[in-house]
Ligand binder design. Sequence first.
Ligand SMILES: CC(C)(COP(=O)(O)OP(=O)(O)OC[C@H]1O[C@@H](n2cnc3c(N)ncnc32)[C@H](O)[C@@H]1OP(=O)(O)O)[C@@H](O)C(=O)NCCC(=O)NCCS
Length: 174
Amino acid sequence: MPITDCELATDVRIPCPELVNLYGCRVGNQTSIGPFVEIQRGCTVGDRCKISSHSFLCEGVELEEHVFVGHGVMFTNDLLPASTNPDGSLKGANDWNLLRTRVSRGAAIGSNATILCGITIGESALIGAGAVVTQDVPAYAIVVGVPARVTGDIRSRTAVPPEVSRMTANEVAS
Ligand SMILES: CC(C)(COP(=O)(O)OP(=O)(O)OC[C@H]1O[C@@H](n2cnc3c(N)ncnc32)[C@H](O)[C@@H]1OP(=O)(O)O)[C@@H](O)C(=O)NCCC(=O)NCCS
């Protein structure tokens, strides 16, 4: 599978470049991308992200820095998908509404999660394995289930990585 028309930072790690499908996307420094990942045109992936195998990032998805994406995570960008228009003609590029999704710095998405579109996942939030995220996730929240609901706060479970906590402290202060 190809890597075409992408802006890859100098130290992007793609151990199996023949097994990914990346086109028209931007990927930041020290980010790693596992096999069988597709990243579509217009996606932005920040520095030091980790995208595990079999995940799909569609047009309109933005990952900020230090985001973890587990295995087989599916993003979406069309809330009301359809193959054809009401008149039976095939839908084209202008026949649907793209909804963007942002995953904030330090967030982590468990394996097999589905992220509906038009959503913001807050800083350092943790999405449980298999969750279906249908609405915005607050910063630091742990969410699980279908639909995903808040069940905890990551700050009570683990230390937040120092760089992330430093940034948060500065932001809170400003
Ligand atoms: C969500 C997660 C962080 C656990 O959070 P937690 O707060 O420690 O949850 P606990 O293990 O204490 O479980 C609390 C409850 O949530 C349930 N639960 C835990 N994870 C769940 C999940 N992913 N989906 C649905 N329910 C889940 C538990 O069954 C338990 O339910 P109960 O109270 O009825 O018994 C973890 O289960 C998870 O999904 N991690 C992601 C793993 C992953 O995908 N890694 C990717 C790389 S390998």
